[in-house]
Design a protein around this ligand. Structure first.
Ligand SMILES: *[C@@H]1O[C@H](CO)[C@@H](O)[C@H](O)[C@H]1NC(C)=O
Ligand SMILES: *[C@@H]1O[C@H](CO)[C@@H](O)[C@H](O)[C@H]1NC(C)=O
Length: 342
């Protein structure tokens, strides 16, 4: 069963990657940081994006024999998220248990994994809940990273000083990853240098924690803006670029994802740095997530299909994957049982 070996290998790689002192993915390189002139040259051809995507989705699919292993991998890339006004220690603890043991024993067995071998990529909460999440994961004896949103999530509509303080507060409480929101006004008025300066200050406030920059693509109007914001966020040292907060009226879409993946590829070609990608907002079904994974694989390659470089912001998706895996497995069992009669 090669696919099981693949998952096991992936699990080992993921655990090793997390066990190391949370290495930064991106090291800031001054030469490129000063090259904001690049931003002015960026243009996105909307029609070409549409064509490439149609081509991709019509020519690539995950064969049904591979879907279980792809879905197990998707689970490992989920930032299991709760961002609600009534979050409290008990529901955050439930989230932590779910993230630590996302699939039932029966499902992990049938995937050829031990129960404690498969976890989600992280849990993601509001700053005030970071301490609860760290405590919960500690009790559960799992060393998943806690991600915190910050900088006046979801809108970012507050003073920069307060936004930076919020990052520090989350880091002090134990957040290893900070999902910041960009200042949309600066992006929409083309003040890329100011946006860059804010992001550099945020990057510095994150210290050793990773910075995931939410572009809030649903509010950026054009694909060209999405591309420019992606480049500025990467230049400022983001470890990940992320599509949406899940609170905008337009969520992550595949054309936007394609533009962001291309920006990541281009940035890698120019600087050698690998920046991760996190689609978020409205990704609810196994079918959705497989499309995002095909996009990652085809645009950026297998290396980017691990939770080191790929995260999915989601809350309901995990339930759908569980249902899907359970159906698949009962189907496989029943087919196997029927065989001798055939
Ligand atoms: C399915 O898995 C097999 C074995 O791991 C691999 O050779 C093949 O390329 C996979 N197919 C797809 C579409 O991923
Ligand atoms: C966007 O995603 C959020 C979070 O998953 C969801 O509640 C909302 O309904 C989605 N909005 C749209 C327009 O799909």
């Amino acid at each position: 069963m090669p696919s099981f070996k693949l998952i096991a290998l992936f699990a080992v790689v993921a655990v090793v990657a997390l066990a190391e002192a949370y290495p930064r993915l991106v090291v800031i390189d001054d030469d490129y940081l000063q090259d904001l002139g690049w931003i002015n040259k960026v243009r996105v051809d909307d029609k070409a994006v549409k064509r490439r995507l149609e081509d991709l989705l019509s020519s690539r699919s995950v064969s049904s024999g591979n879907q279980s292993s792809w879905l197990a991998r998707a689970v490992q890339c989920i930032d299991l998220t709760t961002l609600a006004g009534d979050d409290c220690p008990s529901n955050v603890f439930r989230l932590c248990s779910k993230a630590s043991f996302p699939l039932s024993n029966e499902l992990t067995d049938s995937l050829g994994l031990h129960h404690n071998q498969l976890t989600t990529g992280a849990v993601c909460v509001y700053p005030a809940r970071v301490a609860d999440a760290c405590k919960g994961l500690n009790l559960l004896n799992t060393n998943l990273p806690v991600a915190s949103v910050a900088t006046g999530f979801p809108t970012g509509q507050t003073d920069l000083k307060l936004r930076l303080q919020e990052i520090k507060y989350a880091v002090q409480n134990g957040a290893k990853e900070i999902d910041i929101v960009i200042n949309r006004e600066l992006a929409l008025t083309g003040k890329w240098r100011d946006l860059y300066d804010e992001l550099v200050a945020m990057r510095s406030a994150c210290g050793d924690s990773h910075m995931k920059s939410i572009l809030a693509v649903g509010e950026l109007i054009t694909l060209t803006n999405v591309n420019k914001a992606s480049v500025v966020a990467m230049m400022a040292g983001s470890d990940f670029i992320k599509t949406s907060t899940g609170k905008e009226t337009v969520n992550a879409t595949l054309p936007i994802g394609l533009v962001m993946c291309r920006a990541i590829k281009e940035y890698n070609r120019k600087t050698g740095h690998k920046v991760g990608f996190k689609p978020a907002g409205g990704i609810r079904t196994s079918k959705d997530v497989l499309q995002w994974m095909i996009l990652m694989k085809e645009e950026l390659g297998d290396e980017y299909l691990t939770n080191v470089y790929f995260r999915i912001g989601a809350s309901a998706l995990l339930n759908d994957i569980e249902r899907n895996l359970a159906n698949r497995i009962s189907l496989e069992y029943s087919t196997a049982e029927e065989m001798p009669l055939a």
